[in-house]
Design a protein around this ligand. Structure first.
Ligand code: PHE
Length: 440
């Protein structure tokens, strides 16, 4: 096999992983899911999934990816499908963030008029050309970062962007927390109402945990294959999961206090970031600047994630079909662009078209977060727990026993990979199928 590029340093790998994890999932999806699923109870269940279930899955993806097992060919193919599915709708939302950023820069997105904001939203989503052009620009930006490869593209871009993202979101949260009435938003995030827990919520929480940590899409598998043998897998992936979770909570603290301070319902759904927030910004001192900062954050976070997604098919085509990076990129982005156009049009020209009751856009979103990603995750843990020898798994996760971990931790990880993770993923997926068919 040709010698592969590797990340230059552990920090480079960490920011690339965190860059993949922190994205629209934290700023757009997490706050609206928290809002529609009753606040703190959702967050607690989400955290339990992240730490007890998803971390071991993440380590397993790392183990398989770095070991570059020949046996994982099918898992890689599944990952490629899953990644293409995600990036198809992700680039459309990334495109909206470009549209909103441009409007914020010309001071035309912050307004107290709900009708105006609703019209801007409808026009951004449902216009004839603008959603397609914006998605195209978004994919082109992702393309140009990846053209520079792992170190000069992914690593350099993430090193620069990630610290900036954290700084901006902390600044917005600090401001939001000083608004009069902000404490209601904080208690919404902290006081759980467990009567809201139901099958839908569990499925949404698991889907979100997978989505936010970038699991089951081959991104960890791919980045792991660019990782040196001496890298501490557990430390780096845990730190990246931790940064992702902290970022999601800070995003919640930036958004919810403002939502409550201005007496708006937290359950606005997907329009939260695009309609509710600009409305709130209009009532804040310096709201125009906050709007620019917010949409810059949204855009940068989306790009660091989409580069990790597009790298999955690119790396597959380079490894398996011996394509050059450039050809692999052209092929993958053209395919993604076709699907993205379909997703973009599902708010306009193709509005009435539904598949299994979902619009094309929702279909891609639900199919990836609730079906393909968990299935790929399931395949990863089944392979790591049942097809791979335990000795090999432990050997890889401890980098050839050069890194010492508490044996209790390793035992838990292994039990989780072998039994807990497959059972829980299966149960929740079955619950999803059963529950949805009852509801229909
Ligand atoms: N984790 C990213 C986010 O939160 C989305 C993503 C999913 C990226 C899967 C890569 C793989 O926005």
């Amino acid at each position: 096999m040709a010698k592969k590029e590797t990340f230059n340093s552990s920090f480079g790998l960490l920011v690339a992983l965190a860059g993949s994890a922190v994205g629209l999932g934290n700023l757009w999806r997490f706050p609206y899911l928290v809002g529609t699923n009753g606040g703190a109870a959702f967050i607690i269940i989400y955290l339990i999934f992240v730490f007890f279930l998803c971390l071991p899955i993440m380590y397993s993806e790392f183990v398989l990816g770095r070991r570059r097992h020949a046996g994982i060919k099918n898992i890689r193919i599944l990952s490629v499908i899953s990644a293409i599915c995600v990036i198809s709708f992700y680039s459309v939302v990334g495109g909206w963030s470009i549209g909103y950023l441009l409007k914020a820069l010309t001071f035309s997105v912050v307004s107290p008029s709900s009708e105006y904001l609703e019209a801007v939203y409808q026009q951004t989503l449902g216009g004839a050309w603008s959603p397609i052009i914006n998605a195209f620009i978004f994919i082109a930006i992702t393309f140009s970062v990846l053209l520079f490869g792992v170190r000069k593209g992914i690593e350099r871009y993430s090193k620069f962007m990630m610290p900036m993202l954290f700084l901006i979101i902390i600044a917005i949260a600090s401001y939001s927390l000083t608004l009069p009435g902000a404490s209601k938003g904080v208690s919404f995030l902290l006081k759980p109402d467990f009567s809201k827990v139901n099958a839908d919520m569990l499925i949404a929480a698991l889907g979100q945990a997978f989505f936010s940590l970038s699991l089951g899409c081959g991104t960890i598998l791919t980045y792991a294959s660019y990782t040196k043998k001496s890298e501490n897998i557990i430390k780096t992936s845990s730190l990246s999961a931790l940064s992702d979770t902290i970022f999601a909570i800070i995003a919640g603290l930036a958004i919810m206090p403002a939502v409550f301070a201005f007496g708006i319902s937290p359950s606005e759904g997907p329009g939260l970031a695009f309609v509710t927030l600009p409305h709130i910004f209009s009532q804040m001192a310096g709201g125009q600047i906050i709007a620019i900062l917010f949409f810059v954050t949204l855009f940068i976070a989306a790009v660091t994630s989409s580069i990790s997604l597009l790298e999955v098919p690119v790396s597959y085509l380079m490894d398996k079909h011996r394509l050059s990076r450039k050809s692999a990129l052209i092929l993958s982005s053209s395919l993604v662009l076709c699907f993205a156009v379909l997703c973009a049009l599902s708010f306009g020209l193709l509005k009435g078209v539904t598949v299994f009751g979902f619009s094309i856009f929702d279909g891609f979103d639900k199919l990836s977060a609730n079906v393909l990603m968990p299935i790929t995750g399931l395949a990863v843990v089944l392979y790591a727990g049942w097809m791979m020898k335990k000795k090999d798994f432990i050997d890889e996760i401890t980098s050839g026993h050069t890194i010492k971990y508490k044996s209790l931790l390793l035992k838990y990880v292994y039990v989780s990979v072998k039994y807990i993770a497959p059972i829980v993923i299966l149960l929740i997926m079955l619950m999803g199928i059963f529950y949805t068919s009852i509801k229909h």
